[in-house]
Design a protein around this ligand. Structure first.
Ligand code: MG
Length: 219
C-alpha cells in the first residue's frame, strides 16, 4: 500500500457542528424580526424560514426578503437588517469540535499535509475556517460546487498525489466517501450528525466517531 501523505477534511459538520449553529443563527434572526415588529410568533416564522431555505437553497442571499413577501410585506429594510445582524452575531459562537484543533496539529507534526475540501461558496467557507481559527492549519483549501469523482481526481492531480496517498474525512458518505473512494482516496466516515448511520458509510475504509481517532486509524 502506498504511504499516506495528505489528509483532506470536509468542513461542515466535520470540523464544527454546522447544523446546530445554523439552527441557532436562524432562530436568533427570527427573534430579531419579531422584536422589531413582525407581528407573528417566533415558531411560526421559523418554520416558514425553513421552508424558504429549502425552496431556494441555503446559499441563496435573500431568504428574509422572500419570507416577508410570503407574509404580504413588500419591503421592510428594518426587519431585514435586524435579521441579518442577528444571524451574523450568532457567528461569534462558531467553535470547532473540541478535539479538532489538537488533532490537526498532531497530524501535521506526524508529517501529514492537511487540507480542507468542501462543497459550497468559497468566501463563505473561508469565513467559517477563519472564525473557527483553523485556517492557518491547512496547506490549502479547496471549495467546489460539486464533490464528484472528477473534482476529487483533479485535486489529486494538482497536488501530484497518487491513489492511496491521500485520505478524505467527512460526515456525509454520499459526497465525502463514495466519489472520493472512486477517485482513489482512502476514505474515512465521521459518524456524527444526520448521516451518522447512512448505509453508504460502511463503504468507507474506516468509520470513526470523533476526529481524535484519526491518528490511530491512519497510521
Ligand atoms: Mg459535511
Amino acid at each position: 500500500m502506498p504511504k499516506l501523505k495528505a489528509i483532506f477534511f470536509d468542513i461542515d459538520n466535520t470540523l464544527f457542528p454546522t447544523s446546530e449553529f445554523t439552527v441557532l443563527a436562524r432562530k436568533r434572526a427570527v427573534r430579531a424580526m419579531v422584536r422589531e415588529g413582525l407581528p407573528f410568533g417566533e415558531k411560526e416564522v421559523y418554520k416558514r424560514l425553513l421552508s424558504v431555505v429549502e425552496r431556494y437553497g441555503s446559499n441563496y442571499p435573500k431568504h428574509f426578503d422572500i419570507l416577508l413577501r410570503g407574509y404580504g410585506i413588500k419591503r421592510n429594510p428594518r426587519l431585514i437588517a435586524s435579521a441579518v445582524i442577528a444571524y451574523h452575531e450568532a457567528k461569534k459562537h462558531l467553535t470547532p469540535y473540541p478535539d479538532v484543533p489538537g488533532t490537526l496539529r498532531l497530524l501535521r507534526r506526524k508529517g501529514f499535509r492537511v487540507y480542507a475540501l468542501s462543497r459550497g461558496v468559497d468566501v463563505k467557507q473561508w469565513d467559517k475556517l477563519i472564525r473557527l481559527g483553523l485556517h492557518h492549519l491547512f496547506s490549502e483549501v479547496f471549495v467546489t460546487r460539486e464533490k464528484d469523482v472528477h473534482f476529487y481526481r483533479s485535486v489529486l492531480q494538482r497536488l501530484k498525489l497518487k491513489p492511496g496517498e491521500a485520505a478524505m474525512v467527512g460526515d456525509y458518505p454520499r459526497i465525502d466517501v463514495l466519489p472520493a473512494k472512486k477517485a482513489g482516496f482512502v476514505t474515512v466516515h465521521l459518524m456524527k450528525g444526520h448521516h451518522a448511520k447512512d448505509a453508504d458509510g460502511r463503504k468507507a475504509d474506516f468509520q470513526i466517531r470523533a476526529i481524535s481517532e484519526l491518528p490511530v486509524v491512519l497510521k
